[in-house]
Design a protein around this ligand. Structure first.
Ligand code: C6P
Length: 409
């Protein structure tokens, strides 16, 4: 494998090579969605240009090719996260749909009014609202792990929060608003002692680090293709096969059935039981190509690059007068997300000024309003990095923040 070189990697991403407002683009919004490499774009184009057909339905050549490519992509994702077999990979529209699937398909059958669901204040709305909906429908109680001042989970509270009534523990692997990396393996070990189902929102986890679902010991792991160089509209729910087999279907329709009668039907085998309707075939193929792309580079090399970039960004951005950085100080506890405020400047103004300089950051509550509330802010600006980000990007960001300071005095 060649040495990791972001300059070479950047050549694979056409969208990075453009000017915005007359300045070369600095894309620091990869936590929202990553840019796409040529290999992913080509895989999608090739499917539509040569193999376009519905899967599992026809016995003609195009359908055969489409089905093979679609199922091969499932196998790639399975190997990538060390799932025991491809059947444990359920294609979804993304992390959000994967979590909703578990909350409805498992939750409605297994959670009752005396039960508890444990989540945290750090969660993205996609890992809060589905559990609120489940609690509303079942009468179960929703409980929260709190945050400390550094944006870490207060795990000292865990022994008292986990009880014989805890049916589900649902936590993010990595916070999109703070970058905090949660110790999922340790939390899972504690949750298993009370027999809880452990669901992990891996939207910002599997993207940046090698994930081994079997080693983590969790029950469900959800992530999205578009944050890991793949297309939008495709994502994955991983769960152990026995668990998936024990679960009711989530949606009904074509593809998920075995036999349909007038009054009742029987279900297709897992994973198809959870994939009603024509799936996002091109999306799955694109996500498979993204897995190939990331695997060729190596997740360890990507993680190392991002860590050194974060070290530099924390130093450089941290030195800007008036800056407040949210989240843990330690690089061991932090992923490639830098959330900040600058004096009294509203994050939307920060983002607008940076945009006029060609720099894309996200401003807002980042779909994590409980995190904002915890820190007493309405919003933050967020720079997020990926394998193609460079120290030059950080320097441009720091220069842009200098302009913000000038404008706001
Ligand atoms: N976060 C961000 O800018 P979907 O939209 O289903 O692909 O992913 C939802 C989601 C769930 N959990 C976490 C931790 C996430 O970061 C996201 C998506 C984007 O931070 C868009 S809000």
């Amino acid at each position: 494998m060649a040495a990791f070189d972001p300059a070479l990697i950047r050549r694979d991403f056409p969208a990075l090579h453009q000017t915005i407002n007359g300045k070369p683009l600095v894309y620091l919004d990869s936590a929202a969605t990553s840019q796409k490499p040529k290999a992913v774009i080509a895989a999608i184009e090739s499917y539509y240009a040569h193999d376009n057909a519905n899967v599992h339905r026809g016995i003609h050549e195009l359908s055969r090719r489409a089905t093979i490519a679609y199922e091969e992509a499932r196998g790639k994702v399975a190997r990538w996260i060390n799932a025991a077999e491809p059947a444990e990979i359920i294609w979804t529209r993304g992390t959000t749909e994967a979590i909703n699937l578990v909350s409805m398909a498992w939750g409605l059958d297994n959670v009752g009014k005396d039960d508890e669901i444990l989540i945290s204040v750090m969660e993205h709305h996609s890992n809060i609202v589905p559990w609120q909906l489940l609690a509303m429908r079942t009468g179960a109680t929703l409980k929260y792990i709190e945050l400390d001042d550094h944006g870490r989970l207060v795990l000292d509270d865990l022994p008292s929060l986990l009880t014989a009534r805890t049916k589900i523990v649902a936590l993010g692997h990595v916070s999109n608003a703070l970058g905090t990396i949660n110790p999922i393996k340790e939390i899972t070990a504690a949750a298993k002692k009370v027999g809880a189902l452990v669901v992990v929102d891996g939207a910002q986890g599997a993207v940046h680090t090698k994930v081994d679902v079997q080693d983590l010991g969790v029950d469900c792991y959800a992530f999205s293709g578009h944050k890991m160089c793949g297309p939008t509209g495709i994502g994955v729910l991983w769960a152990r096969k026995e668990l998936l087999e024990s679960m009711s279907p989530y949606q009904g329709g074509g593809e998920m059935i075995h036999i349909v009668g007038r009054d009742a039907s029987s279900w297709a085998e897992v994973p198809h039981k959870f994939e009603a309707g024509t799936p996002n075939i091109a999306g799955a193929i694109g996500m498979g190509a993204a897995v190939d792309f990331l695997s060729d580079i190596g997740m360890d090399a990507i993680a190392e690059h991002e860590r050194s970039l974060m070290e530099y960004a924390m130093q450089q951005v941290g030195a800007v007068e008036g800056i407040t950085i949210y989240g843990p100080d330690s690089l061991d506890e932090r992923s490639a997300v830098l959330s900040f405020t600058l004096g009294d400047a509203h994050p939307h103004d920060i983002s607008t000024i940076l945009d006029s300089d060609g720099i894309a950051v996200r401003a807002g509550h980042h779909c994590a309003q409980l995190v904002m509330k915890h820190f007493g802010v309405a919003a933050t600006a967020r720079a997020s990095f990926y394998l193609y980000s460079t120290k030059d990007d950080v320097d441009r960001l720091v220069a842009g923040l200098g302009q913000v300071r000038q404008i706001f005095g």
